[in-house]
Write a protein that binds this ligand. Structure first.
Ligand code: G4P
Length: 532
């Protein structure tokens, strides 16, 4: 690779933010962009109904709901790094895409609300990150509000998520009594001021621990004594900072701050960019690691967005570049079909615009118009190359419904429509044993996908359906090759089904039943993810 290409690649930091709705992901993203100069005034990313909406004003359903079904990528430069933030949709628009986006990230930033600790959605997203062993950086947000005890917060992360924590800084008070943070690496206190609100100007006041006068004035005796006690405890008991463990995803560095008041954000960003790695090698299906700098252009498709423009039946395939440099003037090969072609209108989807790309590097994400050849997990590389990446796992749906068509005369359209939508990856379809396609069970990660399915079947295939919600919440693929499903003994709330590739699955209402079924069938191997 040329020096320039390698330099560009080593500047890349590609990450996703994982959090529970309302923890402050959007606010933090907005402040990051502010430092990167990508926007002039904080607030441009926010207004979900306005700016964000304009980015992905694609599907009719988005307009009706005022939310974004799709997610975009934000790129900005800071400290000689080129930062790509992958937006992971939350709220009702949480879907498999949210998980798939994590497949394209090299690290994750976990935002936690200091008054709430680890919440459900964070836990789910975290699980996917650990599966890939990517580094996870924790930002404990909303310190300007009353927070949980700091040690309790760390315990909560360790116990709930099973990852060791290492606070890089430490908060002094919270809410009305929030005084700032103690920076353990630099050994000084950064005092809190909410005057930085929404701007990157403003001076940070640093106080050394032996500067009695400044401490008296800014922190006060009581808070300082408490801090000293906590630091002592921490130095004695906390995990040592170990960059290697961070990069393997075994230890999460923890930072505190307030995204809203723009406090602690830049310190976090600076540390994060130093600790996070540039794009790392990705495993091919042969088990080889493809080096981002040594290998020529390769990419894989992690998301397909259909029907952005209904009139044209557009599909956009989102690709993560894994190695080398993409040059829009050169032809590339779609490995699965063997077709050599020029990618159509490769673009980067920014906060408020789409930019046509002429070149991009490992670590970058691009959206490409898809004439209908790409599938999720596909590989693209240089024409002579033969590399093929491992597929993206199928994630466990969490909501299930039985689907029936209203007009049984439209069988063909129904089967065609539902199979195509399933192939795009928005829904998963299953069948009961001894049943044909007239009874289909649909599984989705986020409930909105049910509405998307209903809407698309009607508007694109002219088929009206009825959905009957099923009470199952837990799905497990049976991994054993030679299992006899008819003799498998489960629990009373269990249902046996198969996916479209005839792979056997079990549905459960209670998580407890999963363990029970394992106990009752020795040697049974169940998995929550399905490698494709
Ligand atoms: P999300 O993307 O994770 O869902 O969260 P988002 O940033 O939208 O933040 C959720 C709410 O929490 C917002 O308030 C936001 O202003 C607030 N918030 C974010 N960071 C902080 C923080 O550090 N301190 C405090 N006190 N609040 C914070 P909202 O009232 O729901 O929205 P808005 O009316 O402010 O837009």
């Amino acid at each position: 690779m040329s020096n320039n290409t390698n330099e560009e690649i080593s500047k890349r930091r590609t990450f996703a933010i994982i959090s529970h709705p309302d923890a402050g992901k959007t606010t933090l993203t907005e402040k990051f962009l502010l430092y990167g100069g990508a926007i002039n005034m904080a607030g441009s990313v926010k207004g979900k109904a306005t700016a964000r909406h304009a980015v992905s004003d694609w599907m009719e359903i988005e307009k009706q709901r005022g939310i974004s079904v799709t997610s975009s990528v934000l790129q900005f430069n800071y400290d000689n790094c080129c930062v790509n933030i992958l937006d992971t949709p939350g709220h009702q628009d949480f879907s498999e895409d949210t998980y798939r986006t994590l497949m394209a990230a090299d690290s994750a930033v976990m935002v936690i609300d200091a008054s709430k600790g680890v919440e459900a959605q964070t836990r789910k997203l975290f699980k996917v990150c650990t599966m890939r062993h990517i580094p996870i950086f924790t930002f404990i947000n909303k310190m300007d509000r009353d927070a949980m005890d700091t040690f309790d917060l760390l315990d909560d992360i360790e116990n709930n998520l099973g990852i060791a924590t290492c606070p890089v800084n430490w908060p002094i008070g919270s809410g009305k009594n929030f005084k700032g943070i103690y920076d353990r690496h630099n050994d000084y206190i950064v005092t809190y001021a909410d005057t930085l609100k929404g701007t990157k100007e403003g001076t940070e006041n640093h106080i050394k621990l032996d500067d009695k006068a400044q401490i008296d004035e800014n922190i006060g005796d009581e808070a300082f004594e408490k801090l000293q006690g906590e630091i002592e405890l921490l130095d004695g008991a906390g995990a040592e900072f170990d960059l290697d463990a961070v990069r393997k995803g075994e230890l999460t560095p923890v930072f505190f701050g307030s995204a809203l008041q723009n406090f602690g954000v830049e310190i976090f960003l600076q540390n994060f960019l130093k600790m996070a790695t540039p794009p790392t090698g990705r495993v091919s299906s042969e088990g080889d690691i493809v080096d981002p700098q040594e290998h020529g252009f390769t990419a894989f498709v992690f998301k397909i967005q259909a029907n952005m423009n209904k009139a044209h039946r557009d599909r956009v395939a989102f690709m993560r570049i894994c190695s080398g440099r993409y040059d829009a003037s050169e032809e590339v090969k779609h490995v699965q079909s063997g077709k050599v072609m020029r990618l159509s209108q490769p673009q980067q989807l920014m906060a408020d615009e789409r930019k046509i790309l002429s070149e991009a590097y490992a670590g970058d994400i691009m959206g490409v118009f898809d004439p209908g050849i790409f599938s999720i997990g596909d590989t693209v590389c240089m024409p002579k190359d033969t590399v093929k990446y491992e597929g993206i796992p199928t994630f466990a749906p969490e909501h299930f419904a039985r689907v029936r068509q209203v007009d049984t005369m439209k069988r063909k359209q129904f089967v065609k429509g539902i199979t195509q939508i399933a192939q795009e990856g928005a829904i998963q379809i299953f069948q009961e044993y001894n049943m044909g396609m007239e009874e289909i069970i649909v599984g989705v990660v986020g409930v909105l996908q049910f509405d998307v399915l209903k809407f698309r079947l009607e508007s694109e295939y002219g088929v009206e359906i009825r959905l009957e919600n099923l009470p199952y919440e837990h799905i497990r693929w049976v991994e054993n090759e030679d299992v006899d499903m008819s003799t498998l003994v489960g629990t009373s709330d269990m249902k046996k089904i198969k996916d479209m590739n005839d792979r056997p699955l079990l549905l459960f209402i209670n998580e407890w039943s999963v363990g029970m079924t394992m106990d009752r069938n020795k040697g049974l191997v169940l998995s929550e993810f399905r490698k494709n």
